[in-house]
Design a protein around this ligand. Structure first.
Ligand SMILES: *Cc1c(COP(=O)(O)O)cnc(C)c1O
Length: 478
């Protein structure tokens, strides 16, 4: 049987549903080019390679010529092979489209996976605001132009006690904007503890940010100890601000000291120097519940405002569980200057961000629930969830495992609990990542760990189906 005799004409390939799915994603012309290229590639393969690519069995040695009835399966084999090859080339050249991923790592705020998930009810409400129009900048009652920051301002006031709130695209932008506003004229010096000159990740280094904002860095104290007197000694006519940065993913242990927001705000007030705190995680209100000790020691924006700092900023997509955004809160005088600064126009968020943030802030106001809560499930209920899943996965065990908040928050404070484990190695891990839906898990002591605390319970079924499919592909089953 010469398989090449069964190459379907290009128009038949382009009309096939499997290729139509590619056309919907990448467009007719790029798909046409890659389909032709893939046919050419397959046409020039050696017979054995071509059979493997088409998934066609070796001809039976004793059976003589293959029967002519092999024709229809040969065409569908061609279509499948061309769709697979063209799909891979298109993904390579144009980038594969974003996919919904099941995060079974137990790290809730996962930077590589888009940080925090939005609350499902917020995500569900977004399409109706985005596939039409919304009153993002129109005062419907008055029929006048509105202010796109108005809603977030009111909600941030209510949630943190600040005189005003402002939203920009991310926390880095909030910090840059605040520094641009605080450093003006002769006053360019920003005083920072040497213990807080950190890199947050993704080349976000505090000294570089200050330089970009046109500020002159004045380092005080040492890496492990900085006292209030160190800040006080650095004050002078050129001091623009005192900056305090939450070191996020970095801790110093042992002989350490730093200055809290209250004494720092007090020092600033006595000398007429504004105090800016980069809180980082977007924690709005104190989270020091006894059940969540991992969040104790992280100061919320509300606490920073109460401490008297002039400006504080945090991220929308870390502990807040909102969209990527930067939240700025503080004294009206300073926040209003940020809003009027020319940079704000370049840093202000789009309506998708504002719509998601508005809904998420309202959930915070109502007291939850938020995806973050999944990290501290009711132990009995969580056990039942794991047992239900384990009962359907031969060889699965329920074992102790640590979850993490992630995103640089409480980096060293594991959240003890339980997870599913299965026998498996790198190959299974990779098949899960390449599956549908893709699943991200991790390996520990030769077993695959699936921590459901970072999984929306709605995704349990698709997760189990993806696991079964990945294990069926070989015989790794325990
Ligand atoms: C995360 C973080 C940032 C950066 O926030 P983005 O929203 O990613 O721009 C800045 N400072 C601190 C302390 C952080 O934790």
């Amino acid at each position: 049987m010469d398989l090449r005799r069964h190459i379907p004409p290009i128009h038949r390939l382009l009309d096939a549903p499997a290729i139509g799915r590619l056309t919907a994603l990448y467009g007719r012309e790029p798909v046409g080019i890659q389909v032709r290229a893939e046919v050419e590639r397959l046409r020039h393969l050696a017979a054995g390679e071509l059979r493997a690519a088409l998934g066609v069995a070796e001809p039976d040695a004793g059976a003589g010529d293959a029967p002519a009835t092999a024709e229809p399966p040969a065409e569908s084999a061609w279509i499948a092979a061309v769709a697979r090859g063209a799909g891979e080339r298109l993904a390579h050249h144009l980038g594969a489209p974003l996919r919904r991923v099941i995060n079974a790592t137990g790290i809730l705020i996962h930077t590589n996976l888009g940080r925090a998930p939005l609350p499902p009810v917020v995500a569900a409400g977004l399409p109706r605001l985005l596939d039409a129009y919304c009153d993002v900048e129109l005062d419907l009652a008055a029929g006048r132009r509105g202010d796109r920051n108005h809603r977030a301002d009111r909600l941030l006031q209510a949630l943190t006690g600040a005189e005003m709130g402002l939203v920009v695209n991310n926390n880095a932008a909030a910090l840059v904007l605040a520094l641009a506003v605080l450093t003006r004229g002769e006053r360019r010096q920003v005083v920072v503890s040497r213990g807080e000159l950190v890199e947050i990740g993704g080349s976000f280094r505090i000294p570089d940010v200050l330089a970009q904002a046109g500020a002159e860095l004045v380092e005080v104290g040492t890496t492990n100890r900085t006292r209030l007197a160190d800040y006080a000694a650095a004050l002078g006519p050129a001091t623009a601000a005192l900056l305090k940065v939450h070191p996020s993913n970095y801790r110093i242990h042992g002989f350490t000291a730093d200055v809290g927001a209250v004494p720092l705000a007090d020092l600033g007030r006595r000398h007429g120097v504004p105090v800016l705190v980069d809180e980082g995680a977007g924690l709005l209100r104190p989270a020091a519940e006894p059940r969540r000790p991992q969040l104790a020691g992280h100061e919320s924006l509300a606490e920073l405002v109460a401490a008297g700092v002039d400006l504080a900023c945090g991220s929308g997509d870390k502990l807040l569980c909102g969209p990527q955004a930067g939240l700025l809160v503080g004294r009206r005088e300073w926040v209003e200057r940020c809003r009027r600064h020319p940079l704000y126009r370049a840093l202000r968020p789009n309506r998708a961000t504002l719509a998601a943030l508005d809904a998420v802030l309202r959930i915070h106001l109502a007291g939850g629930p938020l995806p973050l809560d999944r990290l501290w499930p009711d132990p009995g209920e969580h056990r039942q969830r794991l047992e239900r899943a384990a009962a359907r996965l031969p060889g699965a065990r329920i074992e102790a495992a640590d979850a993490f908040v992630g995103g640089g928050a409480a980096a060293e404070r594991p959240i003890p609990g339980e997870a599913l484990t299965l026998r498996g190695g790198d190959a299974l891990l990779e098949r899960l990542r390449r599956g549908d839906p893709p699943v991200v898990a991790y390996l520990r002591d030769g077993r695959l760990v699936l921590d459901l605390r970072s999984v929306d319970p709605e995704d349990d079924e698709p997760l189990l189906a993806a696991l079964r499919a990945a294990r069926d592909e070989d015989t790794l089953d325990a």
